[in-house]
Write a protein that binds this ligand. Structure first.
Ligand SMILES: Cc1cc2nc3c(=O)[nH]c(=O)nc-3n(C[C@H](O)[C@H](O)[C@H](O)COP(=O)(O)OP(=O)(O)OC[C@H]3O[C@@H](n4cnc5c(N)ncnc54)[C@H](O)[C@@H]3O)c2cc1C
Length: 445
């Protein structure tokens, strides 16, 4: 198997360079802990389990290659945003839990930063901060409302900057002001996830690629069946995030929603100087169906979002959506008119995991031997790195400040079966689209 097989899955995977996956499991393997899923969650969990328990045998089973899922396809924003937005989290879960979630996310962003430095991780990582920009007066109100909610709860480190200051940083005629948060890193996700593979292996984890787990049998031990062999384990981690509806034990806990990205050719010095962006921050707007955009290390503009694709039943074939790709390319030119005519070289999509209550969940299923993690929404880069530590504590039945956080062992309200599941998804997306249109009705077409 070569990486070329997966180069259509993202710009990051396409430009990673040669990659040799590890062999698949063969025969009958016995380990203390088996982890299904080779994304940030699975790799971070394996790293922590091995680091804290050097005698423990740990194996990761990845159906394709490391970084095949969202971890190799995302925008690379290591950010503090939890769930949808603070006002919604506060409305549903109250003040104390919103603050707790924010603290967890701050810790997660700092943790990625520390891990990169500690292990000299080569993932084009830098720490430029985050701008959540308002492009209409209604979005100004929305962002300022969120900022007030956070500051009323005692959360500091995020401030409002006005249009003049914002446009001196990044110049779009649509920008009216922004949430400015210095705590945000940007990275190349394919490099990051493959570097996590390196540190997990260095810590002693075994990693098997091309190894889809097709069936899990529960007995005195857990037995995982794959096409080329089986794995017997004392404990199990389902690090399958947006693929979890395909795992019978946790099938109703989340649905996959597909978000899409486009990347331009490298911008010329002239094009770049027209928009400024010297400090190269990560940027999102304040729509429900958010746009997220950034520069790559070679000065391409990467933009994602705009709309999402829904999946029916077990179907995961929604990486490509030409309408959304076209919309994204149009939206780049709307935001930055000087980039009109720039070529786009890569287009892709990937699944994010959406539980009914729109916040992440880590928990046990059946008994304490099996831990799952899902529901990272579109904000799982930093979260999943720290979740690895939380899951390791939970699996080892160590009570820590991380396992005490409220979304660990929270009750997850199940999604209903099809066709109701998709009908609900369509209704929510429809509402989001309409509200975005209302908020943007004065924008030029
Ligand atoms: C286009 C896009 C942009 C995004 N942008 C951002 C961003 O900028 N910032 C941010 O914070 N978040 C972002 N996200 C979300 C973030 O990428 C995810 O939350 C995070 O990567 C999830 O990591 P994970 O390890 O839990 O899941 P994944 O990376 O999806 O890993 C799960 C793995 O499990 C494997 N698997 C599934 N079933 C089986 C099985 N039966 N047997 C073996 N293996 C199996 C899959 O192949 C997959 O590799 C984005 C997501 C997408 C799709």
């Amino acid at each position: 198997m070569t990486l070329a097989d997966h180069s259509d899955k993202s710009f990051w995977l396409a430009t990673y360079g040669p990659y040799t996956p590890n062999p698949a499991v063969t025969g009958d393997l016995a380990v203390d802990v088996a982890i299904v899923g080779g994304g940030f969650t699975g790799l971070s969990t394996a790293y922590h389990l091995r680091r804290d328990n050097p005698g423990m045998t740990v194996a990761i089973l990845e159906s394709e290659v490391i970084g095949f899922g969202a971890s190799g396809r995302n925008g690379g924003f290591s950010m503090t945003l939890f769930g949808l937005e603070p006002s919604i989290t506060k409305l549903i879960y109250g003040q104390q839990r919103t603050v707790e979630a924010q603290r967890y996310m701050e810790r997660a962003v700092d943790y990625v930063d520390a891990l990169v430095k500690q292990h000299n991780i080569q993932s084009d990582y830098w720490f430029p901060g985050f701008l959540r920009v308002a492009t209409t007066p209604r979005y100004v109100e929305r962002i300022q409302h969120d900022l007030k909610i956070l500051s009323d709860m005692g959360i500091t480190g995020i401030e409002w900057i006005d249009a003049a200051k914002l446009r001196s940083e990044v110049d779009s005629p649509l920008f009216l002001g922004a949430w400015w948060e210095p705590r945000c890193g940007l990275l190349n996700p394919a490099k990051q996830v493959r570097e996590l593979k390196r540190i997990a292996q260095e810590a002693g984890a075994q990693i098997y690629e091309g190894t889809p787990v097709e069936r899990i049998e529960r007995g005195a031990k857990l037995k995982l069946h794959t096409p080329s062999g089986s794995v017997t384990a004392g404990r199990l981690v389902l690090a399958t995030n947006a693929y979890s509806h395909l795992v019978p034990e946790i099938a109703s806990k989340q649905v996959p929603v597909f978000t899409h990205m486009v990347v331009s050719e490298p911008l010329t010095a002239q094009r770049l100087s027209a928009i400024g962006w010297r400090n190269r921050q990560g940027i999102e707007d304040a729509r429900n169906l958010v746009h997220y955009f950034r520069l790559t290390v070679d000065n391409r503009l990467a933009m994602g979002g705009s709309d999402v694709s829904l999946a029916y039943g077990r179907d995961m074939g929604h990486d490509v959506n030409y309408r959304i790709f076209t919309d994204l390319e149009r939206d780049v030119a709307r935001l930055f008119p000087s980039l009109r005519g720039v070529n786009f070289t890569h287009r892709w999509g990937g699944p994010v995991s959406v539980p009914t209550q729109m916040v992440p969940a880590i928990g046990c299923v059946g008994d304490r031997r099996v831990v799952y993690s899902l529901g990272c929404m579109g904000h799982g880069v930093s979260l999943t790195h720290l979740n690895g530590r939380t899951i390791a504590d939970l699996l080892c039945e160590r009570k820590t400040d991380l396992t005490d956080v409220w979304f660990v062992n929270r009750k997850v309200m199940p999604w209903p079966p099809e066709p109701l599941r998709t009908a609900i998804g369509q209704a929510v997306r429809g509402y989001m689209r309409v509200e975005d249109r209302v908020f943007e009705r004065h924008l030029p077409a």
